[in-house]
Design a protein around this ligand. Structure first.
Ligand code: GLN
Length: 546
């Protein structure tokens, strides 16, 4: 890190939501990192929930968990996947958290005698959380993504805080990037700039002049259009950056490099450097991703499959692991409820691998158990994550170990054989927010196990988010019947990994490995699962040809 003060980049959005601010922020961060700068990204979410942990995945997609146990927005997953640097609670702040902190301080008496107001108290708290990242001394640049669209009532305090920060720390220490949409009217055959002009104007009404415009578009922006946007939006033509629809999100850093987004940002922040970004490994990954020599079909059995964002990190982990194996992973999203019939085998027979996904509540669980059974009985590579691991234990208990009616107390409180039960410390918990077993825990692996082979070491750390656990009361009968606990928490003795050594590839993990898979370090369990699926598909092909 240089002796220079930390610089702050803000990314706002206009015209519509879902333009991909998180990907643009991550791509810029990647380019700056590739030039030797140390960068972190922070996300502000303008909703009142203190964190997204209490949100239904259908509402907001996956809840991403950090090492320090914060339940955060899924954009933090992109930040980690692109930068290969862990994030923490400080990287995701919601309106709810800001108010919670201010109200807690008010009750403590910190503002005694004063009227507590949006300005200055809420905006001060927002500024504190931006600058706090800079003050760690770890970063040359902090990129703050402001959720929602400019003009939304909810995001006003965040925009105002950013404006104040620019005023306080000066022109070359802050930078505003506005992401906008240039729609294409097919009837007129034209790209339209008016919505962008309006959105930049709305931003300027809040006292912020956008420094750089990143324009999402389905068609290339001709030079005269860039000039027109520049003129009406009060920026230089080379500060109008084209963000054309990409084949994969992992192309975006290279597209942004071509558009010189990083150079424009550095120039405006007085940080100009002529280091050629080192993107060799990234390009190597893209090459493998785009030129697979094999293909496998993996079934993702889940309850929220209608919204793919609910399993974002799992889908991305397969992209990393697929590229590593030079193998295209075709994910088939299967609603677990549809497997709760006697004909579940018809839906699963063609798969090369079966992943039973994490989840909460009762819906679809019997379908998940059927999927485990099918994988176990037919030697299909199986990977169970969190709830998926729990379902594999239940399936084995019922159908192999003969533990009648075995279940999890999450779905059947009165089961005679609660092989999965609520953790002791969870039984007293009544509040729902931030009360699960969350964040990174150490796990020790059994020598020679599948997990040991995959990780190549005996001690690992993985992230958790759950209330229920393998019930150690049943460890002995289950082990006797052939299920092996191959990963144990050294402090609590909780079972974190189960395997079936007689099966070609059968592993269930209580943690969430998908959260730690990145472009640069694909997760070993996903890598080995894809390898196993590939092997299985080849054996199947050979058998058919014979
Ligand atoms: N519902 C299960 C539990 O709370 C599993 C949670 C999960 O899959 N993240 O233990």
């Amino acid at each position: 890190m240089s002796a220079k003060p930390t610089k702050y980049i803000f990314v706002t959005g206009g015209v519509t939501s879902s333009l991909g601010k998180g990907i643009i922020a991550s791509s810029l961060a990647k380019l700056l990192q590739a030039r030797g700068l140390s960068v972190t990204i922070q996300k502000f979410d303008p909703y009142i929930n203190v964190d997204p942990g209490t949100l239904n995945p259908y509402e907001h997609g996956e809840c991403y968990v950090t090492d320090d146990g914060a339940e955060t927005d899924l954009d933090l997953g992109h930040y980690e996947r692109f930068l290969n640097v862990p994030t923490s609670q400080a990287n995701n702040i919601t309106t709810g958290r800001v108010y919670y902190n201010v109200i807690t301080a008010e009750r403590r008496g910190d503002y005694l005698g004063k009227t507590v107001q949006v300005i200055p108290h809420i905006t001060d708290e927002i500024k504190r959380s931006i600058v706090a990242l800079g003050e760690t001394g770890k970063f040359d640049i902090v990129i703050t993504e402001i959720g929602g669209c400019v003009g939304d009532i909810e995001s006003l305090p965040f925009i105002e805080a950013a404006r104040q920060l620019k005023y306080e720390i000066g022109e070359h220490n802050t930078l505003f990037i506005h992401l906008t949409l240039i729609p294409y009217l097919s009837s007129a055959g034209e790209l339209k700039t008016k919505p962008t002009q309006h959105s930049v104007r709305t931003l300027s009404e809040s006292g912020i002049q956008a420094d750089i415009l990143v324009c999402r578009t389905e068609h290339p922006l001709p030079p005269d259009m860039r000039k027109k946007i520049a003129l009406f939006c009060n920026v230089q033509p080379n500060d109008v950056i084209e963000a054309i629809d990409a084949e994969t999100i992992y192309d975006v850093p290279l597209l942004m490099k071509k558009e010189k987004l990083d150079l424009r940002a550095l120039y405006k922040l007085d940080l100009y450097n002529d280091v050629e970004p080192d993107l060799e490994q990234w390009k190597d990954f893209l090459g493998r991703l785009k030129n697979p020599s094999e293909q496998v079909t993996i079934g993702l059995i889940g309850k929220y499959v209608e919204l793919k964002d609910a399993y974002k990190s799992i889908a991305e982990a397969f992209i990393h692991a697929g590229a590593h194996n030079e193998c295209k992973v075709k994910l088939e999203w299967i609603q677990s409820e549809t497997l709760a019939t006697d004909h579940y085998d018809e839906r699963l027979a063609h798969l090369d691998g079966i992943l039973v996904a994490p989840g909460f509540g009762e819906r679809g669980l019997e379908g998940k158990i059927n999927a485990v059974r099918f994988a176990r009985e037919n030697g299909i590579p199986f990977f169970g994550i969190c709830l998926g691991m729990q379902m594999s234990v239940i399936e084995f208990a019922r159908n192999v170990a003969g533990l009648e009616g075995a279940s999890s107390t999450e779905l059947d409180k009165d089961t005679p054989n609660p092989v999965i039960d609520m953790m002791e410390e969870q039984k007293k918990v009544t509040e729902k927010g931030g009360t699960m077993r969350l964040g990174a825990y150490t796990c020790e692996l059994k020598k020679g196990s599948l997990a040991h082979q995959a990780y190549g070491k005996l001690s690992i750390s993985e992230r958790h988010r759950h209330r229920y656990e393998f019930n150690n009361r049943f460890l002995e009968p289950l082990q006797k019947a052939g299920l092996v606990a191959t990963g144990i928490n050294p402090e609590t003795r909780l079972v974190e990994i189960v395997e079936l050594p007689k099966h070609p590839f059968f592993i269930g993990v209580q943690f969430h490995p998908e959260l730690k898979s990145t472009v640069m370090t694909p997760h070993p369990l996903f890598v080995h699962f894809v390898k196993a699926a590939l092997k299985y598909s080849m054996v199947k092909k050979q058998a058919l040809e014979a």
